[in-house]
Every structure is written in structure tokens, then in C-alpha cells.
Design a protein around this ligand. Structure first.
Ligand SMILES: Cc1cc2nc3c(=O)[nH]c(=O)nc-3n(C[C@H](O)[C@H](O)[C@H](O)COP(=O)(O)OP(=O)(O)OC[C@H]3O[C@@H](n4cnc5c(N)ncnc54)[C@H](O)[C@@H]3O)c2cc1C
Ligand code: SF4
Length: 528
């Protein structure tokens, strides 16, 4: 076992949230080490190929998946520098004011200890840091005013324009989507070329992945990235009052210790609680910062109801980005589908690119077609297919959770088990959004319209280390600092008490920036 020289901060995970903490703290003059379980990817490694893309989407040790709606974590997890954000779609919506006091307002779910106005300045700052394209003024029909985005909206292609026609016909509103993609050159990074390969990583750096944003800044400020370093435990002092560093296995599978004055866990919503639970000691018999028993609890997922529309005209579906062209918060009222027994917000995105290699998924949405009929359908889809996706919100319940399993991984660390089920209100919301999607699709004038109905998906994992006011109701405060161990911090969507409906990364980055700045400011009283 090797003991490395003590540093100021050790960050576990070099993905979306860890990169922000690394950048802020390295720029504040702290000695920062990022331990990353996967490889140190470079832009030059990224290849626009679905087969290659499979290599970048595992998420460390597998989880055992249980419950009525087992969690499908593979398609929103990442491995290696950049994490899942190396190859995300970069839809950058923000939460709305009605997301922060759900328990007080509706008697369901949980409240956040902060409001929209606490995060708003950080959304604006993140946009200027990483580059966001969109029309902030137009979004003010749904949200309070903020700063303009640094780049104008992305190009609109015929598939997106078709959905705009449908929304207009029904008196519903769409605005150009806010995305973390360059519509123009930005800080030396090129503008997007609209070839639709974002989901396996953008090789030219037009997509704002951490490699070209916060992680690059962190390295420039002196942060060290140690790839193939898998953290298995957070180490604590004999009296249990502070974290002293972490134990990890290096590229040669040798055990090492990295001591640090502050430990930041940024290894994603499922791995962070797994590490905290695995770090139990006699002073922390239930795992770290877990006297409330809430570590691993209140997991939430988004689910999406997709609607397909097929046109005879050429929509150029192969052009664009995998992010949306337009988005809408028109169904964001949590009671928008109350008459159908549903509860929760809905956020709609329209017009993602569909490269030919993605049309396999379209075929799967029509199991009624075979042989020549299916071949003719696929030919039409290559020119005339477009899709609307309605992301929706699940309320947090304590039964949806990560816990330790009996089986162990290659490093002897207990595997995690994720138990997840949707409740009746979520199922009702899923179904109601198909009905609405079909109504909108019919209003586009499409030749054929159908709902992509299959098993209810789980997209984006949030919760597990939720923020709150006290150690009795939560694991961390609103900055990500654990209530019980002052120099142990958590970053990422795990600290969201409720999920809202929008894709989470814009908020992950904003909250990480807010948390990291607070940590730098309070350094003297926090560092162990
Ligand atoms: C295909 C796809 C599309 C997506 N599209 C969008 C989108 O359009 N908009 C949006 O907002 N979000 C999107 N997401 C989700 C988004 O990428 C994640 O929410 C975000 O990256 C989570 O940030 P994080 O910092 O918590 O984790 P990550 O970014 O995943 O980083 C976690 C890092 O920790 C490392 N790690 C894990 N365990 C350990 C360990 N034991 N020791 C050391 N390191 C460890 C991992 O290897 C990983 O690099 C998408 C994700 C995918 C995969
Ligand atoms: S569509 Fe744009 S952001 Fe996506 S991979 Fe291509 S150039 Fe990059």
C-alpha cells in the first residue's frame, strides 16, 4: 500500500460535478487531486461511432437492480474523465420556482432548503463559463428574468419546425431550446456542424463536456487527475469527527491512500452513497453522515413519454444535434394532468436528430411491422421521421433507495443494490403525456402518428444524499456539505431533494459552483 502526500482536496470522480469543484478550488490556490475510476479521455479519443460509444458508457461496478421499475442506469452513467457528461445530449433547461417547495405547496414530496433565486445567478454564470446557446428572453414566459445566453439559438431544421406548427395550432408554446452546445465559435471552441453524434462525445469540442470546460480550467490551475483510481472508502479520524482522505485502487489494482484536508464525493448519485455506506466504522456504524439513516434514500428518476410523427416530406432528420431544437414548459404545473390522477411536472423537448444508425430504436417502436412492410417503413423514416419527448417528474419516496448488497466487486467492496418503483401518480403522468403527445403530433399535419409506448423508463438518477435543513431530515446542507462531517462534501444530482422534470446537468453545474465557492470561502473553518 502506498501513502500519497497529503493534499488540500481529494475529489472522487472527474465528471460533471467533480470538475466544477476542481476548477474553483484549484483556482483558489488549493492543491487538488481528482481520483477517477476510468481512463483520462482526450477529445482525440472520441469517435463518431455507435459501436465505439459503448466503451464509454459503463459506470464502474454494476448495481443489482430491483423493484417494480428497476433502474436503467447504463444510459445516463459515465466512466472516465468527463463522466456521463462526456457524451450527454447537453439539453440545458433549468428548474422553475414551483420546484423548490413541493411539500409545503402540495403536501407531497420534499422541500428544498433554498429557492430558485438562490441558484439563478449560478445558472447565468455557468452559461457564460461553458457556453450555452438559446433565447433566454423567450423563456421568460415561464421563468423569472435572467442574463441572456452567450450564444444565439441553434439552427432549426424541418423536423423541429414541424413540432412548432403542431404546438402553434393548439395554442401551446415552444421556445428555442437552451443547450450546452456552440451555435457560434465560443472561447476558441468551434461551432457545431450538426452531424448528430453528440451521444458518443463530440470530437471537435462544440459540445460543452467537462474536458473542454471546467476540467480544462482545473488542470490549467494545477489540479492533478489520476485516472484508473477507484475509490472504495472514505477514511475518518479515530474520533470519527472528520474525513482524513480516501482509500483507492490504482491502475495496477494496488491499494493506495490519498490523505486530504477535504474530501468531495462526485462519483454520481448511485456510487456516492455506496462509498459512504462502505466506509462504516465503529464511530459511524451505519456509514458516514448517516445517523438519520437517509444515505441512499429518496432516489428519483425522470421518465419520458415519446411520440413519433412520420411525414412524406424530407425533414432531414439526420441533421441537427441529439439535443432538442425546441422546448416547452407549458405542462409544468404539477397538477396539469390532475384529472387523470397524475401529479408532477412535465418538460417537453422536440426535434432531436435521428441519424440512420439511430433508426433501430424507431423500428422497435413499431413491433406490428415485419419484412417488406418494415423495410418500406424504415425507408420513409430515414427522410420523414421526427419525435417529441415529454420528460416528467417522480416524487421522492424513502423506499426508492441504494443500499449495499452481500456480493463484492473486484476490489472487495460491497456491490450496490438499487430498488426503484414508480407510484400510481407517476404512471398516470406517463400515460397522460402520451395522450397529449399524440394530440400535438396530430396537429403537426403528420401522415402517421404513434406513441412510443414500452416499459416505463428511468432516466437521470437523482437523490440518495439529499440536501435539507438538519441532520434529521437530510444528508447535506444546500452547498453539499454533510451535516455530520464538516470536511466531507457531496456533489452532483444526489443532493436534489426533488427532481423537477428538466434534464439535471445545468442545475448540477450551478449547484456545484455555488457549493465550491462556499467551500473556498469557508476554507479555514471547514478543512481538517
Ligand atoms: C447519453 C446521455 C445523455 C444525457 N443527456 C443529458 C442532457 O441532455 N442534459 C442533462 O442535463 N443531462 C444529460 N445526461 C445526464 C448527465 O450526463 C449526468 O446527469 C451528469 O453527468 C451527472 O454528473 P455527476 O458529476 O453526478 O456524474 P458523472 O458526470 O457521471 O461523473 C461521475 C464520475 O465518477 C467516476 N466514478 C464513479 N465511481 C467512482 C469511484 N468509486 N472512484 C473514482 N471515480 C468514480 C465515474 O467514472 C465518472 O467519471 C445524459 C447522460 C447520458 C449518458
Ligand atoms: S452535432 Fe454538434 S455538438 Fe453534436 S457531435 Fe456534432 S458537432 Fe458535436
Amino acid at each position: 500500500m502506498t501513502n500519497n502526500e497529503k493534499v488540500d482536496v481529494v475529489i472522487v470522480g472527474a465528471g460533471a460535478s467533480g470538475s466544477v469543484f476542481a476548477s474553483v478550488l484549484a483556482k483558489a490556490g488549493k492543491k487538488v487531486v481528482l481520483l477517477e475510476a476510468g481512463p483520462d479521455w482526450q477529445l482525440g479519443d472520441l469517435i463518431s461511432s455507435d459501436i465505439w460509444g459503448r466503451r464509454i458508457k459503463p459506470a464502474g461496478a454494476p448495481f443489482l437492480l430491483e423493484g417494480k421499475n428497476p433502474y436503467g442506469y447504463v444510459y445516463q452513467a459515465g466512466w472516465g474523465t468527463g463522466g456521463a457528461a462526456l457524451h450527454y445530449f447537453a439539453n440545458f433547461p433549468r428548474l422553475l420556482p414551483n420546484d423548490f417547495k413541493v411539500k409545503s405547496s402540495y403536501g407531497k414530496g420534499l422541500d428544498w432548503p433554498i429557492d430558485y433565486s438562490d441558484i439563478a445567478p449560478y445558472w447565468d454564470k455557468v452559461a457564460d463559463d461553458v457556453g450555452v446557446s438559446g433565447d433566454a428572453k423567450a423563456e421568460e414566459i415561464w421563468r423569472p428574468a435572467g442574463k441572456p445566453y452567450p450564444m444565439p439559438p441553434m439552427r432549426i431544421f424541418p423536423g423541429g419546425a414541424a413540432w412548432k406548427r403542431g404546438f402553434d395550432a393548439l395554442g401551446m408554446r415552444l421556445t428555442p431550446a437552451a443547450v450546452g452546445i456552440n451555435s457560434t465559435e465560443f472561447k476558441g471552441r468551434p461551432a457545431c456542424i450538426y452531424d448528430g453524434w453528440c451521444h458518443v462525445g463530440c470530437p471537435i469540442g462544440a459540445l460543452s463536456n467537462p474536458l473542454v470546460t471546467y476540467l480544462a480550467e482545473a488542470r490549467q490551475a494545477g489540479a492533478e487527475v489520476r485516472p484508473y483510481a477507484t475509490v472504495t472508502r472514505v477514511l475518518t479520524s479515530a474520533d470519527g469527527s472528520k474525513a482524513t482522505g480516501v482509500e483507492y485502487y490504482d491502475a495496477n489494482k494496488q491499494k493506495e491512500v490519498q490523505e486530504a484536508s477535504v474530501v468531495v464525493l462526485a462519483a454520481w448519485s448511485a456510487q456516492n452513497p455506496r462509498i459512504m455506506l462502505s466506509s462504516a466504522t465503529d464511530k459511524h456504524p451505519n456509514g458516514l453522515a448517516n445517523s438519520s439513516g437517509l444515505v441512499g434514500k429518496y432516489l428519483t428518476a425522470h421518465f419520458a413519454s415519446g411520440t413519433s410523427a412520420m411525414f412524406d416530406e424530407d425533414l432531414q432528420p439526420y441533421m441537427g444535434t441529439i439535443a432538442a431544437q425546441y422546448f416547452s414548459y407549458d405542462l409544468y404545473d404539477k397538477n396539469a394532468h390532475k384529472e387523470k390522477g397524475a401529479f408532477g411536472s412535465t418538460f417537453m423537448v422536440a426535434g432531436a436528430a435521428q441519424r440512420y444508425s439511430a433508426l433501430g430504436g424507431v423500428a422497435n417502436s413499431r413491433p406490428d411491422l415485419f419484412g417488406a412492410e418494415l423495410a418500406a417503413f424504415m425507408k420513409r423514416a430515414a427522410r420523414g421521421y421526427t419525435r417529441l419527448n415529454a420528460f416528467a417528474e417522480e416524487m421522492p419516496v424513502i423506499e426508492n433507495r441504494v443500499e449495499l448488497a452481500g456480493d463484492k466487486d473486484e476490489f472487495g467492496m460491497p456491490l450496490g443494490k438499487i430498488t426503484h418503483s414508480f407510484n400510481d401518480e407517476a404512471v398516470a403522468l406517463f400515460n397522460a403525456n402520451f395522450d397529449k403527445g399524440v394530440e400535438i403530433a396530430k396537429a403537426t399535419g403528420a401522415k402517421d402518428v404513434w406513441p412510443n409506448k414500452g416499459p416505463m423508463p428511468t432516466i437521470h438518477l437523482m437523490g440518495g444524499t439529499i440536501m435539507g435543513k438538519t441532520a434529521g431530515d437530510s444528508v447535506t446542507n444546500s452547498f453539499g456539505q454533510t451535516h455530520e462531517i464538516g470536511n466531507l462534501w457531496i456533489a452532483g444530482p444526489g443532493i436534489f431533494p426533488t427532481s423537477g422534470a428538466p434534464n439535471p446537468t445545468y442545475t448540477i453545474l450551478a449547484l456545484s459552483l455555488r457549493g465550491a465557492e462556499q467551500l473556498a470561502k469557508d476554507w479555514g473553518s471547514v478543512a481538517g
